[in-house]
Write a protein that binds this ligand. Structure first.
Ligand SMILES: Nc1nc2c(c(=O)[nH]1)N[C@H]1C(S)=C(S)[C@@H](COP(=O)(O)OP(=O)(O)OC[C@H]3O[C@@H](n4cnc5c(N)ncnc54)[C@H](O)[C@@H]3O)O[C@H]1N2
Ligand code: MOO
Length: 418
């Protein structure tokens, strides 16, 4: 266990909380130092992964002078005698003589000697077969290297691979990309009080995190298989230790929910101790979400795995995801730390004393404004379901109308909030 934990040992539950910014920076750096290995993958299997090295082009782009129209590649002044045809996919013999032309298709290689390309619809063909017309003044073909030169870096390492990156890599000659694969994540749900079906009542609540946290993790780029979601785990220490040990076998990151405090059946801390984990962060000065933690385990062979302890209160669990898990994943995949956009508060938002306040807001992207939502208790999910993200109110401050503050966006796609 870390010094931090030992120091806290005397006073259970009171390790010094990390500042929110500091916790994010620390977690990112630790993730980066444990970045997943680079592997070569076929292009079609790389969506959502991360470039492990810069994307450079294997040829000039375009690789040869390429006609951008259907028409006539002509040499010298017209009219021109037709001496052949060049289609896309073929190499073109040179146009050797003035007054000659070849029919050319869009995408075909422009013959050496071409002085202009005349569009088909702007040409005429006389009875004697001669082609006439006036080529437009601007070139009707793309020069080699117009888009990129051989060896040029097009995207840096750390770029998330999306369909446009895959298309670009294909167009400049790659069959595979070296990427850091998606982190594998697992989830353990703690809490004997949780129901996994039906309506809550009689002291029992529905498990809201087992079904939703894997979906968040996938949106954050993790691979989570059905069998990697386990719970509710019985509220005993041996059951917790066995469950965490099992989950760590295949995962780079195990998230747990609940049990982060020091109540009678909160077993997460003793479980981490039993497995020899050390804390990267143990409690964060943020509300909601204060008892969140990130711990690290290192195998004998140097393999590093992480445990993110998400608090049991459901909104707090999501705050822990955006606060700790997202920077960790950025580091593990070799991506840059996410830059938070700035928004203007449309209404006042209270501060939370010496803690950072993450306040659920609707984000009007057009106006650049953030509007606090209702139903935002840490045990509630109603506010979250109508929000785009969290406005960040600094410790010791409160948010006034017109203040510019950072926003932590939720991973929503356009159209998911109307
Ligand atoms: N004495 C103190 N008690 C608490 C403090 C404190 O500072 N001193 N902090 C509170 C805060 S803040 C939070 S957050 C919670 C976090 O506690 P745990 O992570 O140990 O979570 P649990 O006690 O297991 O559960 C808390 C709460 O959340 C409900 N829960 C748990 N899991 C789920 C789930 N999967 N789906 C829906 N709801 C869940 C659980 O029933 C409890 O109501 O501690 C406070 N206590
Ligand atoms: O930090 Mo707790 O997460 O306020 O509910």
């Amino acid at each position: 266990m870390s010094t931090e934990t030992e120091a806290a040992g005397a006073e259970v539950g009171a390790p010094p909380p990390a500042g929110w910014e500091e916790a994010r920076a620390r977690v990112y750096a630790v993730g980066l130092s444990a970045a997943l290995p680079a592997v070569a993958r076929p292009l079609a299997d790389t969506d959502g992964q991360t470039l492990a090295e810069p994307l450079t082009t294997r040829t000039d782009l375009p690789a040869f002078p390429t006609s951008s129209v259907d028409g006539w590649a002509v040499r010298g002044p017209g009219p021109w005698q037709v001496v052949g045809r060049v289609l896309a996919g073929h190499t073109a013999p040179p146009l050797a003589d003035d007054g000659t032309t070849v029919e050319i298709a869009t995408g075909a290689m422009v013959p050496v000697g071409t002085s202009a390309i005349l569009r088909i619809e702007e040409s005429t063909r006389a009875a004697d077969g001669l082609v006439a017309g006036t080529p437009r003044p601007q070139a009707e073909w793309r020069e080699p290297g117009e888009e990129a030169h051989l060896g040029e870096e097009l995207l840096p390492a750390g770029t998330p691979v999306d369909p446009s990156v895959i298309g670009l890599a294909a167009s400049c000659g790659h069959d595979t990309l070296r990427v850091r694969r998606a982190p594998r994540a697992a989830l353990l749900v703690f809490g004997d009080e949780l129901l996994t079906s039906g309506a809550p009542g009689a002291g029992r609540v529905r498990d809201a995190l087992g079904p939703s946290v894997p979906a968040w993790l996938r949106r954050y780029g993790c691979q989570v298989r059905g069998g990697d979601v386990v719970g509710p785990v019985a509220d005993t220490l041996p059951a917790h230790v066995a469950a965490l040990r099992g989950a760590l076998a295949n995962a780079d990151l195990v998230c747990t929910t609940g049990g982060t405090m020091h109540g009678p059946v909160d077993h997460l801390h003793p479980t981490l101790e039993a497995l020899g984990a050390d804390y990267v962060v143990n409690t964060v000065a943020v509300r909601p979400g204060f008892p969140m933690l990130l711990a690290r385990l290192v195998d004998g062979d140097g393999r590093v795995r992480f445990v993110a302890g998400l608090p049991g209160n459901p909104q707090s669990a999501v705050v822990a995801l955006v606060s700790l898990v997202v920077p960790l994943l950025a580091g593990l995949t070799g991506r840059p730390m996410p830059v938070l956009p700035q928004v203007t508060l449309a209404e006042a938002v209270p501060g939370r004393g010496d803690h950072t306040h993450l306040a659920l807001v609707r984000w009007d992207r057009v106006a650049g404004t953030a509007h606090p939502v209702r139903h935002v208790g840490s045990a509630m999910l109603r506010g979250l379901a109508g929000a785009d993200g969290f406005a960040v109110i600094r410790p010791g401050a409160s948010g006034a109308v017109g203040d510019r503050v950072p926003l932590v966006p939720l991973p929503l796609t356009p159209g998911e909030r109307s």
